[in-house]
Design a protein around this ligand. Structure first.
Ligand SMILES: [Zn+2]
Ligand SMILES: [Zn+2]
Length: 370
């Protein structure tokens, strides 16, 4: 068959015009999607079955309707379907959990019900669970006491209020944007872990891109949370007895955006990132948000440097031993027990509560009145 007349063929299949340049390779759209999917599927190889009699792993996939987690869902679903079509073993099932974005952030209110329905329709092979953020009181009930202790005398937990109002009051007691974002992340993690245990999942698959992991590593250090960076950015065991995996770690945010733009079925599902507003004062941004902006702007210029941040952080070994005391809220090392490598907690003597919380959490705590 005569070769097609192509002006500049895709370097991979040589059968279509190239559309996208990625990492110095000129690819057509389908080869680009395959390139992105490969980066994810390669990370999932440890869950592949070796024989028919192997039990299927149960995996939990939290989806926020942002670009990254939606693309992760799309890739895993496509791979699963392809394997089934080819009568190959899949090796795992994944449960999708959605913490209703409208209960997490003010900015995500609009038309979420529709998006959720559409996602269920688009990915019918999976089970979906949708919960509001404040259901943490129902599903991770141990958090109630921990949150009360953590907030200290500054905050009165009125149990006659609805869970929604109680969570709102707790969040409102935390003063800065950085601390709020910090504590929200911990509470969301605890809620998701509670579901992972309920569904007897082996792992949680987090949808963090390379860019997000680099931002988390830098922000974690700035917030005094260096000791818990291991499970927040590296693959492996979390303090809650199940594994955390980051299958998007080899992909930049811009590459995920590009993938999403090639999947029309995702266009009505994904909640686009909010464009950085010129009006927001830098001092009102959380450190997490600042770092993400920094990594995204610098990553566009020097992608290798940012990739290196996340790659280096992934090599961190967890120093948690079963004997080490850990924080009641975030499970980070307390660092106040002899022999620990963690950070030092200030104000131990004056404050009984602080003995069960780590330095990072204490820094985000509602301020005590002196
Ligand atoms: Zn191609
Ligand atoms: Zn902590």
């Amino acid at each position: 068959m005569p070769a097609k007349e192509l002006k500049e063929p895709c370097m991979e299949c040589k059968d279509a015009e190239f559309q996208i340049t990625v990492r110095q390779r000129k690819l057509c759209n389908s080869c680009y999607k395959r390139f992105v999917a490969y980066k994810v599927i390669a990370r999932m190889s440890r869950y592949r079955p070796y024989g028919l009699d192997q039990p299927r792993h149960q995996l939990l996939l939290p989806v926020s309707f942002g670009v990254s987690s939606s693309v992760l869902l799309h890739i895993l679903d496509t791979d699963r379907q392809r394997r089934l079509d080819e009568s190959r073993l899949v090796g795992y099932d994944f449960h999708i959990i959605v913490v209703d974005p409208s209960t997490v952030s003010e900015t995500a209110r609009a038309s979420f019900d529709q998006k959720f329905e559409l996602m269920q329709k688009s990915f019918p092979a999976h089970t979906f669970t949708r919960v509001p953020f404040h259901s943490i009181f129902d599903h991770a009930s141990e958090m109630e006491e921990i949150m009360r202790e953590y907030a200290g005398t500054h905050f009165k937990d009125d149990t006659s209020l609805s869970n929604e109002q109680r969570l709102a009051a707790f969040r409102a007691s935390i003063s800065t944007a950085t601390s709020q974002a910090d504590i929200d992340t911990i509470l969301l993690t605890r809620l998701i872990v509670a579901f992972a245990k309920k569904f007897e999942c082996k792992s949680v698959l987090w949808g963090d891109s390379d860019s997000r992991l680099a931002a988390k590593a830098l922000a974690g250090v700035a917030k005094g949370r260096g000791a818990s960076l291991t499970w927040q950015v590296s693959d492996g065991m979390s303090p809650w007895g199940l594994e955390f995996e980051y299958p998007l770690r080899d992909l930049y945010k811009a590459e995920l955006l590009q993938y999403e733009s090639l999947c029309p079925e995702l266009s009505d599902i994904v909640i686009p990132d909010q464009a950085p507003s010129e009006n927001v004062l830098t001092k009102n941004l959380s450190i997490d948000e600042l770092m993400l902006r920094y990594v995204q702007s610098q990553g566009a210029k020097y992608p290798g440097v940012m990739a290196n941040v996340a790659r280096t952080a992934n090599k961190l070994e967890s120093s948690t031993s079963s004997a080490a005391a850990t924080c009641a809220l975030c499970a980070g090392l307390l660092g106040n027990t002899e022999g620990n490598t963690g950070v030092t907690v200030a104000n131990q003597a004056q404050d009984n509560h602080s003995s069960q919380f780590c330095y990072g959490c204490m820094r985000s705590r509602p301020e005590e009145l002196c």
